[in-house]
Design a binder for this molecule. Structure first.
Ligand SMILES: [Cu+2]
Length: 259
């Protein structure tokens, strides 16, 4: 039995190890907040690993060495006040120790004060709208994957279903306040590299912020099932230098004025 299972498991795992881009863990992201979230995740993960090792070791040890067939009898812990205090107090202390750094990061995530720029993100069925109130700029961002690829008439390109016509452009090293809302049903703005996900709800404006450290193209998706083309509204975010951002604003304004 075991002999036949091992090659099967190796077969399943082989493509995962062969693909270097396949990662087991969550992303560290490209902002200070996303790194803090990652570190928090790792710290809590190791707490869980230690608890898991202790609990399962005790359980396996008890199952093997204190089994009924060896003549052992079940212990009577019922209404043992000392044991109940201990197994309530220990998880309580662990949870409090985990919640203090987590709350600190959450409070930091909510602090949108002193931002350099505001971007309003509006979710639509099934595309995104981006508004830059300070720049007087607004536009829509639609999926740009050709229909022929979706209908399997031509081979799919490497950015299949994750490419858009007008990406959202954000300058790096600036604190950007992001206002998220929706025009029809609920959507959710999620770019994993930024380390947060914000619901886009009609009639509500949710606030968040980001400060990207590294230029690059970061991709995300709508993370709230919003209808039959939910998979067709990706987010493509271009993080650029302040000068490149200014250039892009100028270009977009010229395009808008020509229309
Ligand atoms: Cu959606």
């Amino acid at each position: 039995m075991l002999v036949s299972i091992i090659p099967l498991l190796l077969g399943i795992c082989a493509p995962l190890t062969a693909d270097a881009s396949w990662k087991w863990n969550m992303t560290e992201g490209v902002t200070d907040i996303s790194l803090e979230v990652f570190n928090l995740h790792m710290r809590i993960f190791w707490v869980c690993v230690v608890i898991g090792i202790i609990v399962f070791s005790l359980m396996i040890w008890a199952i093997i060495f204190h089994r009924k067939s060896l003549g052992h009898q079940a212990a009577t812990f019922h209404e043992n006040v000392y044991v109940e205090i201990v197994w309530t107090a220990i998880p309580f202390i662990i949870l409090v120790c985990m919640s203090i750094p987590a709350t600190r990061v959450l409070i930091k995530m909510e602090d949108t004060a002193e931002s350099d720029l505001t971007i309003k993100v509006v979710g639509y069925q099934w595309f995104w709208g981006y508004e830059y109130p300070e720049e007087g700029l607004s536009y829509f961002s639609n999926l740009s994957t050709p229909m022929e690829e979706i209908q399997n008439k031509v081979p799919k390109n490497e950015f299949y279903l994750i490419q858009v016509d007008n990406p959202v452009v954000i300058p790096i090293d600036k604190k950007i306040r992001i206002l998220t809302t929706a025009a029809d049903v609920q959507h959710s703005f999620w770019v994993p590299a930024l380390g947060f996900k914000k619901d886009a709800i009609p009639g509500f404006i949710n606030e968040s912020w980001t400060k990207i450290n590294k230029p690059g193209i970061y991709r995300g998706r709508c993370a709230e099932l919003c209808g039959f083309k939910h998979a067709y509204m990706p987010i493509e975010l271009h993080a650029v230098s302040w000068d490149e951002y200014q250039e892009w604003v100028k270009k977009m304004k010229m395009q808008q004025n020509n229309i």
